[in-house]
Design a protein around this ligand. Structure first.
Ligand code: NDP
Length: 255
């Protein structure tokens, strides 16, 4: 088996929330491996700017779409637009996600529902929207971005941790449903990466030190360090892997 198995030429990858942070790195990495990519944001300009930057850096075709992934109609429209423009979808990366941190007794229902609908309901909506297409083609790769906090708990993240644990279980069940159609479904579980999502921790010296102490490698991840695992899960290199959760967390959950 040569390095050819990592190549994604001719494939089309849809990355939700691919306009910044880990999603942008994943989308750019897939394009570097040869895929055409679609990135989304709730804001059209942000998605289009990121798509243009990816196209310029990689020479691949890239499109930006405005989508709120918690809205079933917008998700269905997103998939139809991509199919019209690109003809097929080979790779879906369910990346869009949010975190709201509060002690349990202060957690309001609105915040709870927003975290669950963005982190857990949206991957369900996106998978449902591409499943028929991937089944018909008897080919596909679905990557759900879970978290080390889908495995380990952390105080004041009740909604986030439970949503990400749910993503790992969703991954297993859908993997079983789609396996006979040659569609693989895996989760990727990032650990602490220095992105906008973690601004509250990065800006708080005490919380930051708590994080460093718990990361075996004693440093935050650079978002670029998620690229290799993404290409692996999206490519033929992972052809015998489905229903799995690949942890990329600097050793946090090894403890
Ligand atoms: P960022 O906050 O940097 O980016 C979040 C992305 O999600 C943005 O592109 C944002 O787009 C998009 N998004 C949020 N809500 C919606 C929505 N309703 N509809 C569409 N898009 C939405 O976060 P990260 O890059 O750090 O995180 C990406 C994923 O990785 C998340 O699922 C997160 O839980 C997970 N993760 C991150 C870790 C980390 O340490 N950074 C660790 C473990 C997991 P926009 O605001 O432009 O609409």
């Amino acid at each position: 088996m040569g390095l050819e198995v990592f190549k994604l030429d001719g494939r089309v990858a849809l990355v939700t929330g691919g306009n910044r942070g880990l999603g942008l790195v994943m989308a750019r990495s897939l394009a570097e491996a040869g895929a055409d990519v679609i990135v989304t944001s709730r804001q059209k300009e942000r998605a289009e700017e990121s798509a243009a930057a990816i196209a310029q850096a990689t020479g691949r075709r890239a499109m930006g779409l405005a989508v709120d992934v918690t809205d079933a109609t917008q998700v269905e429209n997103m998939v139809q637009t991509v199919l019209q423009e690109f003809g097929h979808i080979d790779i879906l990366v369910n990346n869009a996600g949010i975190n709201i941190r509060k002690p349990i007794e202060e957690f309001d229902e609105e915040s709870w529902d927003l975290v669950q609908s963005t982190n857990l309901k949206a991957p369900f909506l996106c998978i449902r929207a591409v499943a028929r297409h991937m089944k018909e083609r008897r080919s596909g790769r679905i990557i759900n971005v879970a978290s080390m906090l889908g495995i380990a708990g952390l105080a004041e993240r009740s909604a986030y941790c439970s949503s990400k644990g749910g993503v790992i279980q969703l991954t297993r069940v859908v993997a079983l449903e789609l396996a006979s159609y040659n569609v693989t479904v895996n989760a990727i579980c990032p650990g602490p990466f220095a992105t906008e999502l973690n601004t509250p921790v990065l800006n708080n010296p005490q919380a930051n030190q708590f994080f460093i102490d718990h990361i075996a490698l004693k440093r935050w991840g650079n978002p670029d360090e998620l690229g290799g695992a993404t290409i692996f899960l999206a490519s033929d290199a992972s052809s015998f892997m489905t229903g799995a959760a690949l942890v990329v967390d600097g050793g946090w959950t090894a403890e």
